[in-house]
Design a protein around this ligand. Structure first.
Ligand code: 5GP
Ligand code: MG
Length: 180
């Protein structure tokens, strides 16, 4: 535990077990195919690292960092590429690895961008899904857990760049971000 955490949603052991199950699904679905794991920085760095170690299909890793245009925490639909892929995705089978699929604005725009660059196929693997918040019609092909609309940190996910290193997924105390 950690003093700023209200409750643990998924323990380190639970997350590892679930990540292995997702990898097993990917191994079955992509048998005979080479995949590119696209780690969407920064939130999915731990998830990508763990997932990749359970994959047995031929796998390469690439990294991308994007941010939503617009102010504050509300994503607006358009994205800005802050760090682009190192390799050309044309003809490749991509799996976009994301920490949380929330409004869907980020992944909707990113998927379109990469389709435009002629990726052979694109699937989405997200650790957490908040379907109640969706604004764009986009779904993940691989989902670790569906979660309600509370702000979570840990296992790569941050608040103001902190808490990424917590090994579990937890809900932050509202007092930490100026709530009651
Ligand atoms: P969206 O789907 O709204 O375009 O963007 C989703 C992104 O918002 C996630 O990848 C994540 O970076 C951030 N996000 C959404 N909900 C949470 C949350 O509960 N905790 C944290 N740390 N980030 C979140
Ligand atoms: Mg993210």
């Amino acid at each position: 535990m950690h003093p700023d955490i209200e409750k643990v949603l998924f323990t380190e052991e639970e997350v590892h077990q679930r990540v292995k199950e997702l990898a097993d699904q990917i191994n079955r679905d992509y048998a005979g195919t080479e995949v590119v794991l696209v780690c969407i920085l920064r939130g999915s760095y731990i998830f990508t690292a763990d997932l990749s170690r359970y994959l047995t299909v031929p796998t390469t890793i690439d990294f991308m960092s994007v941010s939503s245009y617009g102010s504050g925490t509300v994503s607006t639909g358009a994205i800005q590429v802050k760090k682009d892929l190192s390799d050309d995705p044309a003809g490749k089978h991509l799996i976009l690895v994301e920490d949380i699929l929330d409004t869907g604005n980020t992944l909707f725009a990113l998927k379109n961008l990469l389709l435009h660059r002629k990726a052979a196929s694109i699937r989405i693997c997200t650790l957490l899904n908040k379907p109640s918040r969706r604004e764009k019609s986009i779904n993940a092909d691989y989902v670790g857990y569906e979660v309600p609309n509370s702000f979570v940190v840990g296992y790569g996910m941050d608040y103001n760049e902190h808490y990424r290193n917590l090994p579990f997924v937890g809900v932050l105390k509202p007092s930490v971000y100026g709530g009651e």
